[in-house]
Structures are given as structure tokens and as C-alpha cells.
Design a binder for this molecule. Structure first.
Ligand SMILES: Cc1cc2nc3c(=O)[nH]c(=O)nc-3n(C[C@H](O)[C@H](O)[C@H](O)COP(=O)(O)OP(=O)(O)OC[C@H]3O[C@@H](n4cnc5c(N)ncnc54)[C@H](O)[C@@H]3O)c2cc1C
Length: 555
């Protein structure tokens, strides 16, 4: 059903009173407000509805899909195979959906998430183009008062932040950025209409995952592409290609087994983990293993040996292999050296990139690699960019500068808990949570894949499903006991934060300047945010629930 004026249709469907429409501040009563309509928000809505709750989503974008709605840059695709980077909660859904590629591209993932929204009739409870601006906890009623940029006022028992870990773009403050006369794009907020770079000179800043996917495609279109690199990244070929329908059917015949295997892996998907140490085998055996993994493609490269992310010496064997591959692929030795991470760098310490022809692209005569570590960017000019050493002229500028990860979207909302303290104040020295789900002082507020949970270190769909199911069960438990309030205790939170750090410190992860640590955003506190190890995390969550929500105060 549609409202009479398309622009207002979403509001009409939603049935939420809007101050903008009514000149009043009428408040709608809900059981739960969900912020965000990506994988997390969509499943959360479906799950809560299934338990008979009145829940609604507010989504800033004009469509569902989250990450896959915003990241439409050329070459955007998943780095976990689609057969695993998809929901498993409904066997009918996973059996009926057909993926066309091993690693599907953004438009296909968007189609999938739109199919999910339609299949479970979610749209009638989703308000699009509506950004949640504040969420304030009312001590008297134990409810959250949520407001949006459209003037909505909603009161809900529970507020669930499904706002995404990589949904707040990061744009460094380059002097002169506003003066650039050409087109400026951010990979994380790409326009909806097709962008044609034919015949144009393009500059791209950044060489992280998004840039590594986009560069080979843009280089084929553009007259000239300047790649401004500060830090070279480890990348392995995805070896992407069409997904053979027969292979897909064979997987589907035993889908449960693959899903079970994935959730028993530290990263929530099947990396074919070899339990040996890289240091206990001969050089020849190691070389053969890496070669076979390189041919297989993608993130399972990191599963070559059990200690790659724990022992620097072991890691260096993999890192050296990748550097040798770069030297083989890139014909100009100077360029190859510039594209190679240093021997001090840890492979996989930043999320390993998975590419389709990235290093090969630098053999093209229309591509220039510019090292902005030795000569940093000084300013963006009306016609390009200057590094102090040189100036570069181009027509279009692409910022592939990543995200304010994990905390960015949470902190951009004015969230005030019991006693009125803001989440920003509580997290001034970095995020502190209990299980990445809950924060002391913020009763009835849940985060999906929040800091302190496995989240971005995993196949996120698996982590999201686990969180959604845990939250739904928790709310069901409270209702069954006639309870209105749940809040993490300080002791439980402190113990959990200490444990997250201890586990991280046993690995090589804290050794590099990654966005896992907030190192890409100036001034952001350096805290290793995700929890390493999906299976022990799930065990802990299950234990907490089975002990009547141990570590939480219920009331
Ligand atoms: C290019 C790219 C590729 C990726 N590939 C993979 C992959 O292969 N495997 C993997 O595991 N992960 C991958 N990720 C991570 C990806 O973010 C997650 O897999 C997943 O899509 C997250 O879903 P989500 O629902 O938690 O968050 P999102 O998809 O980010 O959705 C959050 C939504 O919340 C909305 N929102 C935020 N704040 C507000 C507000 N205040 N009011 C209203 N709405 C708000 C946003 O607009 C957004 O639509 C990738 C990320 C990127 C950027």
C-alpha cells in the first residue's frame, strides 16, 4: 500500500507521527527501535516480529542494504565467498537464492538484500531517508526516546543499533579539498548513477580494500590514473569467477555442513585452517602450500598455517611469499618495491585484501603510482594535488580513505543513557562494552557487531546472525519474566574489556596501524576494538544466557 504522496509514503506506511507533518510532537510507542537496514537491521526486524514485537527500522539511506547500498564503486564485491556471505537462518532462503559468482558484486548483493526485505515483508516497518539523531533513556519509564531528522518521536523499550561497523566514511582534512574544481567521489558514498571515467584523468587517494578493488577497473576506463599511496597493502588474488551451478547445487545439498564448519572457525567462515605451524615444515612444503593457496585465492591464504597471526617469524614466511609474487607480477622493479609492504609489516594485520588484477594494473602505461609517504600530500588544488615535491593534474578525485570504523556511526547519534551521560563521554578513551552487545549505563540498548565482539574480524553475516538471535532471545527472556530492564554490570564489562585486550595482545593484530585500532582517524583513541575468535565468543554468549544473563543486572 502506498500513501498519496510518494515522498511521504514511507511515513504513511510506518504510521509514526512526524512533527514535520503534524506540527506536533506526538510519540509513537514501540517495543523496539532498530537503527539501520543492512544485514543486521533486516534480520533483527524479522526476528523480533517473529516474537510478536512491534519493531521498526529507521534507515538514513533511500534503500535497504546498508554497506551494499552505499558502496557502489566499480569493482565493489565481498571478500568472503557468497555461499557463506549470506544468511543461513532460513534454509528455504539459502536454497532458493542463486549466486552467479564466487564473490558477488555489489549489485547482486543489493538484489539479495532487497529480496530478503520483500520475502519477509519487512518494508512496511522500515522508514527510509530517516536518520536517527538522538536516543535518550528515560529512567522513569525505562524506555528509549528516539528522534529523527524528520521530526519523528518514538518511545521504545529497546533501542537496537544496527548502524554498521563501516558506515561512517572517513575523509581526511586535506587543505584545499573544497577548492577542487572537478568531481569528487568517496568510495563509501558512491553515486547511484553510473560514473564514466572514459577519457578522463583520475586521482585516487588510498590503497586499502576499496581502492584495490576499484583501481583495476577505473584504470581500464580512464585516460590516466594517479594512485596516491601512503601504505602498501598485502593483497592476494581473489581468483573470482562464475559460480558453476553444479558446484552450487552440491554445496546446497550439504549446506548445513558448510555453515557448521564456518561457525567453528575463528573468523566465522571456512578458511581451510591448517593446524601446523609455518615454522615446523620445510621451506619447500611451505612454498607449495602458499602457492596452492594463492591459486585457490582469497582470504583462506591466511589459513595456510595456524600461527601466521600469532608469530612474526611465521608470518614473515607468508609476507615474503606475497612480496615475491608482487615482484614477479610488476615488471618495473622500482614500482614493485614501492607496492611491497616492508619486512616489518605483518600480513593480515590489516584485513588482507583480495583483488582481481590489482598489481597487474601497475604495468599499464596510463597508471602512475605516487608515493605520498616520502612526499605527503600538502594540498588539493583546483586542478589536482600537490605533494610539495610535485604537482599532479586530474579531472576527478576519488577518496578511498575508508571509514571511522566500529564506533563512528554509534557516536554520530546523541545517545544518552541513565543519568544523562552520553556514549561519547563514556567512550572518551575508547569503546568499552560487555560482549560488544551492551554498555554500562545504557540499559536496554543493544549493539549489533559492536566493539568487543568478533564483528569485523569475521564473516560478518555469521556474527550478525549470532547477535540478532542472542538479542531476540534475551528480550524474550525478559518478557517471559515480566522484566523491563537489562543493563551490563561494571565488573562484567571491565572483565570483558580486559579479556578482549588480553586475547588481542596474544596475536600480532595490535602491531600495525589499522582501522581495527582506530589508527586511520586522527585523534581517535587507539584501542583494539574487535574480539579475536568467533567460537569462544559464542560459547561465552551462550553461557551468559544460560546462567540467566550473567554479568547483567535485570529489573
Ligand atoms: C566495500 C565493503 C565490502 C565488504 N565486504 C565484506 C565481506 O566480504 N565480508 C564481510 O564479512 N564483511 C564485509 N564488509 C563489512 C560489511 O559492512 C558487513 O559485512 C555488513 O554488510 C554489515 O551489515 P550491518 O547491517 O551491520 O551494517 P551496514 O550494512 O553498514 O548497515 C548499517 C546501516 O545503518 C544506517 N545508519 C547508520 N547510522 C544511522 C542513523 N543514525 N540513522 C539511520 N540509519 C543509520 C546506515 O545508513 C546503513 O545503511 C564489507 C564492507 C565494505 C565497506
Amino acid at each position: 500500500m502506498e500513501g498519496p504522496v510518494p515522498e511521504l509514503a514511507h511515513r504513511w506506511r510506518l504510521g509514526v507521527e512526524s512533527a514535520a507533518m503534524t506540527n506536533a510532537t506526538a510519540t509513537s510507542e514501540l517495543d523496539a527501535v532498530i537503527v539501520g537496514a543492512g544485514f543486521a537491521g533486516l534480520y533483527m526486524l524479522h526476528k523480533l516480529r517473529g516474537s510478536g514485537l512491534r519493531a521498526r527500522i529507521f534507515e538514513a539511506g533511500s534503500g535497504v542494504g546498508g554497506t551494499w547500498f552505499w558502496n557502489r564503486y566499480p569493482g565493489a564485491r565481498c571478500d568472503v565467498e557468497s555461499m557463506e556471505y549470506s544468511f543461513k537462518f532460513d534454509d528455504a532462503l539459502q536454497q532458493e537464492w542463486k549466486w552467479s559468482e564466487r564473490y558477488s558484486e555489489q549489485p547482486e548483493i543489493m538484489r539479495y538484500l532487497n529480496h530478503v526485505a520483500d520475502r519477509y515483508e519487512l518494508r512496511r516497518d522500515i522508514a527510509l531517508e530517516t536518520r536517527v539523531t538522538s536516543a535518550h533513556f528515560d529512567e522513569g519509564t525505562s524506555r528509549w526516546n528516539v528522534s529523527t531528522d524528520r521530526g519523528d518521536r518514538v518511545s521504545a523499550n529497546f533501542c537496537i543499533m544496527a548502524t554498521g561497523c563501516l558506515s561512517s566514511t572517513n575523509t581526511p582534512e586535506f587543505p584545499g579539498l573544497d577548492s577542487f574544481a572537478g568531481r569528487v567521489f568517496h568510495t563509501g558514498k558512491w553515486p547511484h548513477e553510473p560514473i564514466d571515467f572514459t577519457g578522463r584523468r583520475v586521482g585516487i587517494i588510498g590503497t586499502g580494500s576499496s581502492a584495490i578493488q576499484a583501481i583495476p577497473i577505473i584504470a581500464k576506463q580512464a585516460r590516466h590514473l594517479f594512485v596516491f599511496q601512503r601504505t602498501p597493502n598485502f593483497s592476494v588474488p581473489a581468483q573470482n569467477g562464475p559460480l558453476d551451478p553444479e558446484v552450487q547445487e552440491r554445496i546446497k545439498a550439504h549446506y548445513g555442513e558448510l555453515r557448521r564448519l564456518g561457525s567453528q572457525m575463528p573468523f566465522g567462515f571456512d578458511v581451510q585452517l591448517n593446524e601446523k605451524s609455518a615454522l615446523e615444515v620445510s621451506e619447500a612444503e611451505r612454498e607449495a602450500e602458499y602457492e596452492q593457496r594463492w591459486k585457490h585465492g582469497g582470504l583462506p591464504f591466511l589459513g595456510s598455517y595456524a600461527d601466521l597471526l600469532y608469530n612474526k617469524e611465521a608470518n614473515e614466511t607468508a609476507a615474503a611469499f606475497i612480496r615475491r609474487k608482487i615482484a614477479e607480477i610488476v615488471k618495473d622493479p622500482k614500482l614493485a618495491a614501492l607496492l611491497s609492504p616492508e619486512p616489518t609489516d605483518v600480513a593480515g594485520c590489516k584485513r588482507l585484501c583480495s583483488d582481481s588484477g590489482y598489481f597487474e594494473t601497475f604495468n599499464r602505461s596510463n597508471v602512475t603510482l605516487v608515493d605520498v609517504r616520502s612526499a605527503p600530500i600538502e594540498a588539493i588544488t583546483p586542478t589536482g594535488l600537490s605533494t610539495g615535491k610535485e604537482t599532479f593534474a586530474f579531472d576527478d578525485l576519488i577518496l578511498a580513505t575508508g571509514f571511522d570504523a566500529m564506533t563512528g556511526s554509534l557516536l554520530r547519534v546523541d545517545i544518552r543513557g541513565a543519568g544523562g551521560a552520553t556514549l561519547g563521554e563514556r567512550w572518551a578513551e575508547g569503546p568499552r562494552t560487555y560482549l560488544g552487545l551492551s554498555v554500562v549505563g545504557f540499559p536496554n540498548l543493544f549493539m549489533i557487531s559492536g566493539p568487543g565482539s568478533p564483528s569485523v574480524l569475521t564473516n560478518m553475516v555469521v556474527s550478525i546472525e549470532q547477535h540478532v538471535e542472542w538479542i531476540a532471545e534475551c528480550i524474550g527472556y525478559l518478557r517471559s519474566k515480566g522484566l523491563a530492564r537489562i543493563e551490563a554490570t561494571l565488573d562484567a564489562q571491565n572483565d570483558w574489556v580486559a579479556h578482549v585486550n588480553e586475547v588481542a595482545d596474544s596475536s600480532l593484530y595490535p602491531r600495525c596501524n589499522s582501522w581495527y585500532l582506530g589508527a586511520n582517524v586522527p585523534g581517535k583513541p587507539r584501542v583494539f576494538m574487535p574480539y579475536l575468535g568467533f567460537p569462544p565468543y559464542v560459547e561465552k554468549c551462550n553461557q551468559v544466557a544460560s546462567r540467566g544473563y550473567e554479568g547483567f543486572r535485570l529489573g
